[in-house]
Structures are given as C-alpha cells and as structure tokens.
Design a protein. Structure first.
Length: 175
C-alpha cells in the first residue's frame, strides 16, 4: 500500500549520487558528506541557537519553495528529452558517462522536489500552536531547526542541479 508513496528510494539514490567516481570504493565522498550533511546541520544549529525565526516571511518562503518545486518538474521533462538524445547517439564513446550523468541529475531533481514538499509541510507545521504543553518551545525549536536544515539542503542541491544541467547542456551545445 505505501509503496506508491515511498520516497526513501529517492533519498537513498540521491545520496548515492554523492559517491566519488574516481575511487574504487563505493563510498560517499567525504567532501560531499560535509557539504550536504554537516554544513546544513551546523547552519541550522547556529540559526536556532541565535533564535532567528522566519515567522514574518513564512508565506513568502512557502510561495518560493512551491514555485521552485514547480520549476523542477519542468526541468525533469528537459532532462528526459536529453536522455532520449543520448539514446540516439549510441555510437559515441562517452555515451555511458552521459547516461550516468543524466540519471544522476534526474535523481537529484526528484530529491529536490521531495525536499520542497517536505519543506512546505514543515513550514506549515511551524505555525501550529500546542496549548498547555510543557515542552512546546522544544518542539518549536526542533521544527525550526528541521526547516533550516531542509532549506539549506534544498539550496545546496538546487545549486548542484544547476551546475550539472549547465555542464550537460554546454556539452550538448558544443557538438
């Protein structure tokens, strides 16, 4: 029943794209682990510690993340059309690398769409007021920290997608 909405494969595949291609070991690159996990955690911890909130910009954040999510769906269609072009050029030597690159971009875009959906949900969760609960401030700080983490991860992944699509389209236009 839940297999139709299971997003864990997308998340797992996304972190699989952070593997070092030049290494014989099939591990996530430690530089990418720092960039995509440690840095967002540190940024969110500092922002929560400094007690910075986004209450006044909540509507704008939801709108911006939703717009990016919509644009990412369109980008999936562009990537799909690039994959068809690579299939046509099956006799080229760098065909396998291009296919892998396009598949990874597809995975990264899918992850970014999932992240944008989760961000919108957690932003809406941050508006819920829990009456008469002793530790409501702790839950509030936790949700705000999750929001900062996800927004930082979203921006980093979006930047990675932009860079990868730029490289792919530049190589295709140089033919």
């Amino acid at each position: 029943m839940l297999t139709r909405i299971n997003i864990f494969k997308i998340i797992k595949d996304h972190f699989g794209t952070l593997r070092n291609l030049n290494s014989t070991k099939n591990r996530i690159s430690w530089q990418d682990a720092i960039l995509f996990l440690v840095l967002p955690i540190l940024i969110s911890m500092v922002l929560v510690y400094k007690d910075l909130t986004f209450e006044k910009q909540l509507g704008n954040l939801i709108a911006a993340i939703s717009i990016f999510g919509g644009f990412l769906f369109n980008l999936l269609a562009i990537i799909y059309s690039q994959f068809d072009k690579i299939e046509i050029d099956a006799n080229k030597e760098d065909n396998d690398l291009k296919k892998k690159f396009v598949k990874e971009i597809h995975i990264n875009i899918s992850f970014c769409i999932v992240t944008s959906i989760i961000i919108v949900i957690t932003l809406l969760l941050s508006t819920i007021d829990i009456p008469d609960f002793k530790y409501d401030w702790l839950i509030e700080k936790f949700i705000i920290g999750i929001n900062y983490f996800l927004m930082t991860l979203f921006l980093l992944t979006l930047t990675m997608i932009l860079n990868r699509v730029y490289i792919l389209l530049k190589k295709e236009s140089e033919k």
